[in-house]
Design a protein around this ligand. Structure first.
Ligand code: ARG
Length: 462
């Protein structure tokens, strides 16, 4: 039998074209168990308000339990006539509890407050799953950082050699944004923990139901929303989730770009494990960094999800509009994308092997120790403006003669500036340069060891 949640004032059923457009069970069915949890909580609120007797409540809960088992086992599935997850589950409930009892459950609630609540329950679980996967990746970045020890690499700005840094320092520079993404989910979770249930269609309910009890029942520790219109019409909580997901996509994409570069013949910084690389159908020699490329590509996709959602929201009047049904697929897509990308990405990071000899060889090239000369001069009392000029002259001299800074003789140095005594050589090594940058957050090996400890502490908190 066909079950619709509306129909009394309609002459007939919906046209097939409308049904085809309106139908959402192909994506919202994944909310079924959350919907049933909401129904249990709502049934208890109805009983507390005297609208269900205790025996009715018991039978209702039993029927919902059976329905849930059938949903989980796949014995109960939505059919084409079910407009959405709520409609399908109403049909399932009526089949199990009978029309008389089953027909009582809808009192005092609307699909508008239901869906707003279910999405929060779903997204909170997904945020935990994604957050945990992000922390797994951070763990592997830390393991790689520890393994790298004090191995240097060329640090870059504008993709040009800038100053030597520790490989560990660079790897951790990718870990911290990911840790902040996890923090963002944790901050967001506070706002996501408010329950719209009880808002009804938009105005609340006249039936004496207790939204606080429903919120507590659903584990939404923030309690009920303060405003029933806001509860049913706003989607900023969904959009904020979508932002964090998009940001994770962007952060993965930036790591990807570097791995792709590092993995080229020209850089030769990193070798990817065979199990985390792909081949070419025509070029037998090829080994491609497809995980990094897919992660970079899918960043565009999860950003698109966020953009699409915000665009859906921007012109909507209060309160509920059916446009809001479009809030779900973008975040579902983000969840599916990130939960697939992250484990592969983590495996790639875990198994990649750095060529630290090559990185060390390149670290001082491109005159990356010029800043060390300037800062050494400042410590001798030379004003930085002058020091910068002098160090620049050293670079110019080297460039003309095709040599490196450390190839300059004592005479060459003295000719460039009287301040350049032979002692300046003490900073013309990668080790000296690295060790000298020993402020908090700097790349000195001792500081990076502290940083690793700090990052490790952070990753145990989710
Ligand atoms: N399926 C809708 C959504 O996802 C909820 C149903 C609200 N429909 C309605 N006619 N009020 O937003």
């Amino acid at each position: 039998p066909k079950v619709a949640l509306w129909g009394g004032r309609f002459a007939g059923g919906p046209s097939p074209e409308l049904s085809a457009l309106s139908q959402s069970t192909h994506f919202d069915w994944r909310l079924a168990q959350y919907d049933i949890a909401g129904s249990r909580a709502h049934a208890r609120a109805l009983a507390a308000a005297g609208l269900l007797t205790e025996p009715e409540l018991a039978r209702m809960i039993d029927a919902l339990d059976v329905l849930e088992q059938d949903v989980v086992s796949g014995a109960f599935l939505p059919v084409l006539d079910d407009e959405d997850v709520h409609t399908a589950l109403e049909r399932g409930l009526l089949e199990r509890a009978g029309d008389e009892l089953g027909g009582k459950l809808r009192a005092g609630r609307s699909r508008n407050d239901q869906i707003a609540t279910l999405v929060r329950l779903y997204l909170r679980d997904q945020a935990r799953t994604i957050g945990t996967q992000v922390l797994d990746l951070v763990d592997e970045l830390i393991v790689q950082a520890e393994a790298a020890g004090s191995a240097p690499m060329p640090g870059r700005t504008h993709l040009q050699h800038a100053q030597p840094v520790l490989l560990a320092h660079h790897l951790l520079a990718h870990a911290w944004p990911l840790l902040r993404d996890v923090d963002r989910f944790l901050d967001w979770d506070v706002r996501a923990s408010k329950s719209p249930y009880g808002s009804g269609a938009l105005a609340g309910s006249s039936l004496g139901l207790d939204p606080a009890a429903v919120a507590a029942d659903l584990g939404l520790e923030g309690g009920p929303v303060e405003n029933s219109i806001d509860g049913t019409a706003s989607r900023d909580v969904t959009a904020e989730f979508a932002f964090v997901a998009a940001m994770i996509g962007v952060d993965l994409s930036r790591i990807s770009e570097e791995i792709i570069l590092w993995n080229t013949k020209e850089f030769g910084f990193v070798r990817l494990d065979d199990a985390y690389s792909t081949g070419s159908s025509i070029m037998p020699q090829k080994k491609n960094p497809d995980i990094a490329e897919l992660a970079r590509g899918k960043a565009g996709r999860v950003i698109g999800d966020l953009t699409g959602l915000l665009t859906t929201l921007k012109g909507l009047p209060l309160a509920y509009n059916r446009d809001l049904q479009e809030d779900k697929e973008p975040v579902f897509d983000q969840v599916a994308t990130l939960t697939t990308v992250l484990p592969a990405f983590t495996g790639m990071v875990r198994t990649m092997v750095f060529d630290t000899d090559r990185m060390a060889e390149l670290a001082p090239q491109g005159f990356s120790l010029a800043t060390d000369i300037a800062e050494w001069l400042v410590k001798q009392g030379v004003p930085f403006r002058v020091a910068h000029e002098v160090a620049g002259s050293c670079v110019q001299e080297c460039e003309v003669r095709g040599i490196e800074l450390w190839d300059l003789s004592d005479d060459d140095l003295a000719k460039i500036s009287e301040h350049l005594t032979p002692e300046v050589r003490s900073v013309l090594s990668v080790e000296g340069s690295l060790a000298s940058r020993d402020n908090v957050g700097g790349t000195a090996p001792a500081r990076v060891v502290e940083q690793i400890e700090a990052a490790k502490e952070r990753t145990t908190e989710f």
